[in-house]
Structures are given as C-alpha cells and as structure tokens.
Design a protein around this ligand. Structure first.
Ligand SMILES: [Zn+2]
Length: 280
C-alpha cells in the first residue's frame, strides 16, 4: 500500500493551541483574535490530508481547506467568515494557495472525487472538514458516531454548513482492546486498516493505523500537533476532555516508539513534508 501525504494550505493559530501553555492555561476564547493573548505570536501550521492506495480501494483521510476560503489563493478574511462563520475565523484562519486544495492536487494526479472509495474523517473540526462539499461524489464518507454526536452536543465547536448535503456513513468502534480506550474498527477485516478511537481533542477523534509487511504507519490527526507532543508529552491547549487527551497522547507515544512503527504523523506537524511512504 502507498501513502501520499499532502499539505492543503495552512492554518493560523495561537501557539498555545498546539502546545498547552501551562502557566497561562488560556481558555478557548483567549486563544482567539478577540484577546491580546490570542493575537500574540500566532503560528502558521500545515493542514495535511492523506491518500492511501490500498489493494481494496482508494482511501482519503481528511479533506483540508475548501477553495472557498481563498478564492484567489490568498488570505481572504471575508471569504473565510462566509465559509466557516465568524467564531471559527477568530480561532483559526487559513490560506490555500492555487492548486493546493486537496481536490485540485488529486485532479493533477488524474483522480476525481468519484474515484475515492472511502473518505475517512479523523474528526469534523473546520480545518479537516472544510473541503467536504468538494467530495460529495466519494463512494463512502466515514465518520465515527461519537464524532457526529459531538457535532450536536457541542455544536459551537463545529461549522455544520461544511457538510450541508453530504451523506455520511457513520461507523461504530468495536470493543477490540486496540487503542487508548480499547475501541477500534478493522475496516476491511484483514487487519490492514484500523480506525482507532483516540478521544480527548474530540470524543470521536480517529487515528488511522495502516499495517503491512510487519510494519505500520500511524496517522494520529490532532491527538498531538508534532513529534515533540508525544516525545515530551505536551498536550494540546484545548481538548474536550483533557484527561482523555493526555491518555491518548501516552498511547500515541507508546505506538510511535514501537520498533515496527515506520512513521507516526500528526496532521499539523511542519516537519512532516509532502511525500510518499510505501508499506508492503
Ligand atoms: Zn486540526
């Protein structure tokens, strides 16, 4: 199986969002542009997505930004507010240069949304679900039931307009003993693709573990923001459940240090460059 890593533009956040500021311990509002704390030292991080060429089909993990946030490929405040609403814009801004929206990068490779067999959403926060309406033709769009429940329970954390008209295929984790809370789904029943619940950042946050030739690649989404997150056990600055987020991070650390781990990738790690990994 082949794993292609894409960067689909960038997201701008307070540095305390990826890495918890233990002294200040700011709340989510303090991390927005509304607060002087939130305006300080903001950082631009990549927004990744992944294409997996698997013998059973073509898988995509996350969608990155929609072209709508940057109609001209440049920073556009008004377009973003229109696309995600002012609340989300205050927390994270984005840019997607021309040709870098996921759908555009795939088109350049000759792949259309209808050619995607499984689109897997790690979770439904704006920078992961923004491009969804560009992929309505994907054959199946998978999201965990826990994540869908969160979008109703904590609606303010999501921009539901991003999946207007999108038909989800909700999946349930099973009690497999795999993962930080022992819940996962073996997608094809052959152990090659495991969707693993790593709750904390959101309840339904899903890591994707790809197994082949005795090795594995772990895509841990926003379970941590970089290698140093698990190396130094630095939790993200916001989590729905901080205790769970830390427990999931400990599990990510354990998996990442496993000698069979070929790569362990955070979605927003600037040190992870667009590239291809072969796993056979
Ligand atoms: Zn994210």
């Amino acid at each position: 199986m082949k794993i292609r890593i894409f960067h689909t533009g960038t997201v701008c956040v307070s540095p305390s969002l990826p890495f918890k500021d233990k002294e200040k311990d700011p709340n989510p509002v303090q991390m927005t542009l509304l607060s002087s704390y939130g305006r300080r030292n903001r950082v631009w991080l990549p927004v990744s997505a992944y294409l997996i060429e698997h013998p059973r089909g073509r898988l995509l993990v996350d969608t990155g930004w929609h072209r709508e946030i940057s109609p001209e490929g440049k920073y556009n405040r008004f377009a973003q507010v229109k696309h995600m609403g002012v609340g989300h814009f205050l927390l994270n801004q984005g840019v997607v240069p021309q040709g870098e929206a996921l759908v555009e990068q795939l088109a350049a490779m000759g792949i259309q949304p209808k050619d995607i067999d499984y689109l897997i959403l790690s979770h439904l926060h704006t920078d992961h679900a923004s491009g969804l309406r560009q992929f309505t033709d994907a054959k199946r769009i998978l999201v965990s039931r826990e994540e869908l429940d969160d979008t109703k329970k904590y609606a303010v954390r999501y921009a539901a307009r991003m999946w207007k008209g999108v038909k989800f295929d909700p999946f349930s984790f099973e009690e497999t003993g795999v993962g930080p809370v022992g819940r996962s789904l073996d997608l094809f029943g052959d152990g090659s693709v495991e969707l693993i619940q790593i709750p904390g950042h959101t309840s339904g946050l899903t890591a994707v573990k790809l197994n082949g030739g005795g090795k594995f690649v772990l895509l841990f989404a926003d379970g941590g923001y970089a290698k140093k997150s698990w190396e130094e056990l630095i939790p993200p600055g916001t989590a729905l459940d901080e205790k769970q987020a830390f427990h999931s991070l400990e599990w990510i650390r354990q998996m990442s240090m496993n000698e069979d781990c070929l790569a362990s990738l955070a979605n927003h790690d600037p040190d992870v460059r667009p590239s291809e990994i072969v796993l056979d």
